[in-house]
Write a protein that binds this ligand. Structure first.
Ligand code: HEM
Length: 134
């Protein structure tokens, strides 16, 4: 189930929360007028918690059908490296589970206090039995 879990983790905690854009023409989003040329910082990742698209969005569900999250953006500039990124995360998790099968979280996740664009833990307290090399 790891490939599906990776997609769900990316939906739940998108590493990139905001994207910058320049409006190519006058428009409106959610009733807010946007002038051509305006510089926008879009809280893109909020869409990953949209209950109209993701039922029970605050729950992690590795079996979520058709998980069309926006962690890699969408459209013309969608992340070119998304397949590399997903493979890297999956292999990392496989290795952690193989080497540290009994790990347990023993505290709260500490976050960067001043994180803006990039969303990432600073510390994740855990205990585990050290694995054998290789
Ligand atoms: C978990 C890891 C990653 C996340 C969350 C991520 C996220 C994103 C997002 C949200 C965008 C869209 C930016 C926008 O629309 O303005 C993007 C663009 C891009 N990403 Fe990633 N990315 C990741 C890993 C990677 C990797 C590993 C590579 C290269 C091997 C990569 C290469 C790119 C490139 C080249 C673009 C620009 C595409 C364009 O502008 O047409 N990314 N990424």
């Amino acid at each position: 189930m790891l490939p599906f879990a990776v997609e769900e983790f990316l939906r739940y905690e998108a590493p990139l929360q905001l994207l910058a854009r320049t409006a190519a023409r006058d428009g409106e989003v959610g009733g807010v007028p946007i002038a051509k040329g305006a510089r926008l910082l879009v809280g893109w990742a909020a869409a990953n918690r949209d209950p109209a698209v993701f039922p029970d969005p605050a729950a992690i569900d590795a079996d979520r059908p058709g998980n069309r999250h926006l962690a890699f953006g969408v459209g013309l500039h969608r992340c070119l490296g998304s397949n590399v990124a997903c493979s890297t995360i999956r292999i990392t998790l496989e290795e952690v589970l193989r080497r540290l099968p009994d790990f347990q979280l023993v505290g709260e996740v500490e976050r960067y206090p001043d994180a803006a664009l990039i969303y990432s833990p600073l510390a994740l307290p855990a205990t585990f039995t050290p694995g054998s090399p290789g």
